[in-house]
Design a protein around this ligand. Structure first.
Ligand code: ADP
Length: 611
């Protein structure tokens, strides 16, 4: 049965019950009405007739008395007038016989009345042979008849009055019965209606409740739901659809789970096969994946590490801070070679690992975690160390012979040049310049290898930046003048002292100024400035020379990097690398801003000297 039909049937039944109650009420009211009407119709008319007949006969009697007292005309008129009235009411009473014995009584009244009229006629028409006087005739013959008729009329009145009372009682009985029956029927119908409504609502709501429970379970991921609704209506069909849907969801879910499992296995296989150490942490820094290499680097077991907090496995504050920064900013940190190297001790041995930290984000840029990649660079470190040592030894060994060669060439230039031809002198001049360049290169190499070997010793002391700049400028005055360069200085007189090794920082400024001179055309401008920014003094050397292409601006601080310009600059490409190491050793940084064709500004920072 369709749901609509069920609801209509429910309403229909209630409607039928209401109709039954209404019909019953109407029937009762009709009966009550009939009982009241019967009282009026049947008895009231007879009572009225009886009263009027009594009234008429009494008036007739008083007419006779008038007549006897000598008022012939008035007495007779009154008598006749009421005779008509009496007969009319008598005839009405005869038309409305309702009570048992009423017909006989009326017959008696009629007979008696006719007899009365007869005897009364004697009085109204006195005959000559009348012996007795009219008054005695009246009292002996007429008056008893009159009393008899009045008594009979009174009897008729009483008879009908009693019948009326009995009819009224009947009407009351009908009314009481109507009240009782209506109450019983109303209560029964209401009870029936209530029971049926409960039954109907239960039938309609029970499957809905089951469906709500089932959908709740589906939402929680339990797809094995059954709904025990067997009806064929819309609700039954809906239940069927829900079960079909849960079945489909189940297979889709299983498919997804299988796909996810396959994906997970593949990722695990990839992670395992990576030869570098790999650690993946979630947003709370709990290790969610770690490969065997990482486990062996961190001296832990795969199962032991998974689920643990990152810091419990790798107790390295610096690395943890980097990871936290990446998790907060969502960007990998820009670290140099030294900063991104982690040293881990294994007993007597130290291993070095280059690390890379990468954020893991969703498509909507939500942070899921961080990946740490550890690459073993111990061998490269060792190789680098050997290389530096070799360069240091080689340059050290080369310095002495180069000095003596330079001295010899110098002596030759001074003493024997007069005996040489122009050509020979030029050759000697070229040899002197080459030797000088070689000496500078060897010196730079030695400095750099010392720095790299960690042998850079700083003699830190409070020193004025103005003093350092002037010292550097003084060594280059000849070249500045020779190139007709305009050099300006903007150094505030009240600039606080910096904490620096004067010789090394002078070397840096000299190197920067020498570069500026080298890469600036004649009549160019060079400016040295210094300013205080927070806890540091910023020193900048600017020129309006050829500038540095963007792609070289980061690289020029690395060893042997020179901007390819086609012609030799005469430098070794080591100057800026040494500058960076020296500034870093002071706790500062160095960088360049440059626009090709317009000039460059090299800036470095030095910490303030605290009292
Ligand atoms: P070099 O001894 O070759 O000057 P540096 O390390 O001092 O070595 O400089 C590296 C390279 O940076 C230079 O070869 C040059 O191409 C570029 N460079 C450095 N300073 C400047 C400058 N002021 N203007 C333009 N290019 C510069």
């Amino acid at each position: 049965m369709e749901l609509r039909t069920k609801i209509l049937a429910g309403y229909g039944l209630v409607l039928i019950l209401v109709v039954i109650v209404c019909v019953w009420a109407v029937a009762n009211l009709y009966q009550l009405g009939r009982a009241s009407a019967a009282i009026l119709r049947e008895n009231y008319q007879s009572i009225l007739a009886a009263e009027n007949m009594i009234n008429a006969i009494e008036r007739q009697d008083s007419g006779l008395l008038l007549l006897m007292q000598g008022f012939q005309t008035e007495g007779l008129a009154q008598f006749r007038e009421n005779e008509v009235g009496f007969l009319q009411w008598l005839s009405r009473a005869k038309d409305n016989i309702t009570v048992e014995g009423e017909a006989e009584l009326l017959q008696t009244i009629e007979t008696e009345y006719l007899a009365y009229l007869m005897v009364a006629a004697e009085l109204s028409q006195p005959t000559p042979n009348q012996t007795s006087p009219p008054s005695s005739y009246y009292y002996e013959t007429v008056l008893p008849k009159f009393k008899q008729i009045r008594e009979a009329c009174t009897q008729l009145h009483t008879m009908n009055q009693q019948a009326m009372l009995s009819a009224s009682k009947d009407a009351q009985d009908v009314s009481a019965r109507a009240i009782w029956s209506m109450t019983i029927l109303g209560v029964s119908v209401a009870g029936l209606g209530l029971v049926f409504s409960l039954f109907l609502s239960n039938i309609l709501v029970r499957p809905l409740k089951e469906m709500t429970r089932a959908t709740g379970r589906i939402a929680e991921g339990d797809y094995d739901v059954t709904i025990a609704a067997t009806s064929k209506d819309e609700v039954g069909r809906l239940a069927q659809e829900i079960m079909t849907m849960s079945g489909k969801l189940k297979s889709y879910h299983e498919l997804n789970v299988n796909r996810l499992l396959a994906e997970k296995r593949r990722s695990e296989a990839i992670i395992r096969s990576i030869t570098d150490g790999l650690v993946v942490v979630d947003a709370d820094f709990k290790i969610v994946a770690i490969n065997p290499m990482a486990a062996s680097i961190l001296n832990t077991g795969l199962n032991q590490a998974e689920g643990k907090h990152f810091f419990d496995v790798i107790q390295n504050h610096e690395l943890y801070e980097y990871m936290k920064t990446v998790a907060q900013t969502g960007q990998s940190p820009k670290l140099d070679e030294v900063e991104s190297t982690l040293a881990i001790e294994y007993g007597e041995q130290t291993h070095h690992y280059r690390f890379a930290i990468t954020p893991v984000k969703t498509q909507g840029d939500q942070m899921l975690g961080v990946v740490l990649l550890l690459q073993d660079v111990t061998k490269f470190k060792e190789l680098n160390r050997l290389k530096s040592e070799f360069v240091m030894t080689a340059s050290h060994e080369l310095r002495t012979p180069l000095t003596s060669i330079a001295m010899s060439i110098g002596l030759l230039m001074e003493n024997a040049s007069v005996n040489l031809s122009e050509n020979e002198r030029e050759l000697l001049q070229a040899a002197q310049e080459d030797v000088e360049r070689l000496r500078a290169l060897v010196n730079n190499l030695l400095d750099l290898s010392r720095i790299e070997a960690g042998r850079l010793e700083l003699d830190l002391k409070p020193v004025s930046v103005l003093f350092l700049v002037e010292k550097a400028v003084s060594t280059l005055l000849a070249q500045i003048e020779e190139k007709n360069i305009e050099l300006s200085q903007t150094i505030p007189a009240d600039l606080p002292n910096v904490n620096a090794d004067p010789n090394k920082v002078t070397w840096v400024i000299t190197n920067l100024l020498a570069n500026a001179l080298r890469y600036t055309n004649r009549c160019g401008h060079i400016r040295v400035s210094a300013e205080l920014v927070s806890e540091f003094v910023y020193v900048a050397v600017s020129d309006d020379g050829i500038g540095i292409p963007l792609e070289f601006q980061k690289k020029i601080f690395e060893k042997f990097v020179q901007v390819e310009s086609g012609k030799s600059s005469g430098g070794s490409g080591l100057g800026l690398a040494i500058c960076r190491e020296i500034i870093k050793a002071h706790g500062g940084t160095i960088w360049v801003n440059s626009t090709p064709g317009q000039g460059s500004t090299f800036t470095f920072t030095l910490p303030l000297a605290h009292a």
